[in-house]
Structures are given as structure tokens and as C-alpha cells.
Design a protein around this ligand. Structure first.
Ligand code: NAD
Length: 359
């Protein structure tokens, strides 16, 4: 358990409250190992990530994280060398734990239709998809160089993927599809990129082992359009690192509310790191105003993907939907809903109560 900085401790406290209540109801026990990462680690140890944190994380089944970082304009952490800033801790822990698949979930809840910037008829078709982005390969990690050729500078970034890199994330995508609506869309640029053609070949071969999963292929430029034109067509979207980087930010906007988006970063096996998609919101830290739902929903993902507690995960997700009918944190409140505004702690209590009261 990494509380982190800013609103991190407040939102993690609520996720733990909901997890404990859920564990009690479904007959298992959660054991938490507190670990430091980011700004709070800099304050204590002078570095954003210690070997001790890595070692402790490796002894656990999963890591649940709040968020890290401070206000880059005012926080002393941002006067440090970039390698010693809070975000370096996040990159470091991802690498140390071998997290190669990032999952960002985009769900539009009926009661939050107002938050969606798309036309109502499009939103009403329903939005519930996950983007699986490869995290450790591709253009961002390929060989890079700038050289002088024929009297001018030439910059090169290599985009390369091996079959095994593609296969290990594709397994996660097929397995996710099996837990969901059994539809998988591979997003690539196979009309021009050799690496994309390898993605298609590997995924096409693997599809034979998952006969129940309906697989389709889409070029990334079309996918960028389809995400806003008809997002209801997507269930699991699998894509390489850079395309995933861009599309997952577009996807956050499609459902509107940043306080509602969970994410998971998975390693081989069942290990994963779970965190909300938003940052540490230093502007509202310590004010009991933060929306803890993205963190609570990240905890539900952890129950599903790392702890094998599918029923408990569904119970938490249902509880969140139930609570939204009656209560909202300030970021979700709109003029024309009849819900009551509650703070971070009360929202956590409401979700825990809703889990407890489920039949
Ligand atoms: P941010 O997501 O923290 O905040 C953007 C806006 O959304 C702010 O107005 C904030 O108040 C609001 N907001 C965010 N989460 C909210 C929540 N749960 N409830 C209610 N409102 C919420 O992004 P930022 O301001 O660009 O970044 C702040 C810090 O967070 C920076 O140090 C940044 O590097 C860090 N960050 C960390 C992560 C991470 O831990 N994975 C991700 C993104 C940003």
C-alpha cells in the first residue's frame, strides 16, 4: 500500500475501508504493507524510491497506490535533479516490478451522463471499455540517436517489438476479454508499419486459442475517430506503447470525469500495481474534497486481476454505481442532479455501507 502525496493518503484510506468491509463480507483477509514512494520518500530518505520499497513490493500479491507528486510550481521536490523527482520513483517502480501492461478503464455511469462531452445519443449507447497499452517497448524504448548526415541533423527513434513482447501482453488482453464481453480490438498501423504487421500475426495466431473472443483489427487513425464516434463498439482495445499513450488520454476525456478512472499495470503472472488515473491534486489535498472512487475502483480491479476475488470486485463496482444515485463528491456534482454533496471520507463510508448491504 503506497499512500503517496497530495490527496493520496485520503483516497487510499477510503479504498482500504472499502476493501476491509468487502473482505469481511466475502470471507478473506487483506494484509497491508505500507511503503513510501514519490515526494514522501524524498522527504524521508532523500530519494523517490528506495531498494527497501522495491523489496517489500515484491513480497506482496499486488500494490495499491494513491498518487504521487506535488505542485511543480511550488514544491521543493521539483527543484531537484529530474532523476530524483517524485515521478522518477513511479518510472523506477514500474521497471523494477516488470509492469509491462497498462490497463485504463473507461466507463460512463448512467448517473454521470452529464460528465460525458459526447452527444447524448452517442453516450446513451453505453461506454465501457479498457485500453491495454504495452508499457516497456516500442518507440519510447528503442535506440535513439541524432547524427549529422550530409550537413544536416538527422534524428532517429527505433520502433521494435519481439514476438514474445507482443504475446505476453496479448495473453493479458485475451484473458481480460474473457472476463468481459469477449471482444478484442487490436489497434495498429499495419498498412505502413512492419512492427504492426507482427502484432497482427501474433494476435491472429493466438486468437485460435480463444475461440470465444471476437477479434477485430483497426488502424490507429480510425480508432481515434471511432472512440468519439461510437465508443460503444469497444470492449478490450490492445495496442502498442505510443498509440496507447495517445488513445488512453483521449479515452479519459470520453467519459469526462477524471475522479472516476481506475488503472492497473500488470506484470507476468497475477502481480499488478493499481492506481487512479488522476494525479495527486495538491490544490485540494487535506480538504476532504477529493473523489476517492477511482482509487476504490482500482482496488476492485486489484481484487479481480491480482487476488482472484471476482465476486468481491463486482460487489465494489455495484456499490459505487448505487452510491452515485444518492451522493457525489464536489467534482461530480452538477446543478441538475438531486444528489447530496459529500466529502472524501463520507463517500468511502457510503461505498462500504453499500457493499455491506448488498444481498
Ligand atoms: P491532477 O490529476 O492531480 O489534477 C488535475 C485537476 O483534477 C485538479 O484540479 C485536481 O484538483 C482535479 N482532481 C484530480 N484528481 C481528483 C480527485 N480524485 N477528486 C477531485 N478532483 C481531482 O493533475 P496535475 O494537477 O497535472 O498533477 C498534480 C501532480 O500529480 C503532479 O505532481 C503530477 O506529476 C502528479 N501526477 C501523478 C500521477 C500518478 O501518481 N500516477 C499521475 C498524474 C499526475
Amino acid at each position: 500500500m503506497i499512500k503517496g502525496d497530495g490527496i493520496g493518503p485520503e483516497i487510499i484510506e477510503q479504498a482500504v475501508r472499502v476493501l476491509d468491509c468487502t473482505a469481511g463480507k466475502f470471507g478473506f483477509t487483506m494484509n497491508y504493507v505500507p511503503m513510501d514512494l514519490g515526494g514522501c520518500s524524498i522527504d524521508k530518505y532523500g530519494v523517490p524510491l528506495t531498494d527497501d520499497t522495491i523489496a517489500q513490493a515484491k513480497t506482496c500479491d499486488a500494490v495499491l497506490m494513491g498518487s504521487i507528486g506535488g505542485d511543480p510550481k511550488t514544491s521543493p521536490w521539483y527543484r531537484l535533479d529530474p532523476k530524483k523527482r517524485p515521478e522518477a520513483g513511479l518510472l523506477g517502480i514500474r521497471k523494477a516490478l516488470g509492469l509491462f501492461a497498462n490497463l485504463r478503464f473507461s466507463v460512463l455511469y448512467d448517473d454521470l451522463m452529464d460528465a460525458c462531452p459526447l452527444r447524448e445519443d452517442i453516450a446513451r449507447e453505453g461506454i465501457d471499455f479498457v485500453i491495454l497499452r504495452e508499457l516497456t517497448g516500442g518507440l519510447y524504448f528503442g535506440e535513439k540517436k541524432t547524427e549529422t548526415v550530409g550537413g544536416e541533423e538527422v534524428a532517429t527513434d527505433v520502433l521494435s517489438y519481439s514476438e514474445s513482447e507482443i504475446r505476453r501482453i496479448a495473453v493479458k488482453a485475451f484473458d481480460s476479454a474473457m472476463l468481459r464481453r469477449k471482444k478484442l480490438t487490436l489497434v495498429d498501423k499495419a498498412n505502413v508499419l512492419e512492427s504492426s504487421r507482427l502484432w497482427r500475426k501474433v494476435v491472429g495466431e493466438m486468437a485460435k486459442d480463444y475461440p470465444e473472443v471476437d477479434v477485430d483489427y483497426m488502424y490507429v487513425d480510425n480508432a481515434a475517430m471511432q472512440l468519439v464516434r461510437r465508443p460503444s463498439q469497444f470492449d478490450v482495445v490492445l495496442t502498442e506503447n505510443m498509440f496507447g499513450d495517445i488513445l488512453s488520454d483521449e479515452a479519459s476525456m470520453v467519459v469526462g470525469s477524471i475522479g472516476m478512472q481506475p488503472s492497473a499495470s500488470l506484470a507476468e503472472g497475477s502481480f499488478g500495481l493499481y492506481e487512479p488515473s488522476h494525479g495527486s491534486a495538491p490544490d485540494i489535498a487535506g480538504q476532504d474534497r477529493a473523489n476517492p472512487l477511482a482509487t476504490i475502483l482500482s482496488a476492485a480491479c486489484m481484487l479481480r486481476y491480482s487476488l482472484g476475488e471476482e465476486e468481491a470486485a463486482c460487489a465494489v463496482e455495484r456499490a459505487v454505481m448505487d452510491v452515485l444515485k444518492l451522493f457525489r463528491t464536489p467534482d461530480l456534482k452538477s446543478e441538475n442532479d438531486n444528489t447530496a454533496v459529500v466529502g472524501t471520507a463520507r463517500m468511502g463510508e457510503c461505498v462500504a455501507e453499500a457493499v455491506r448491504n448488498q444481498k
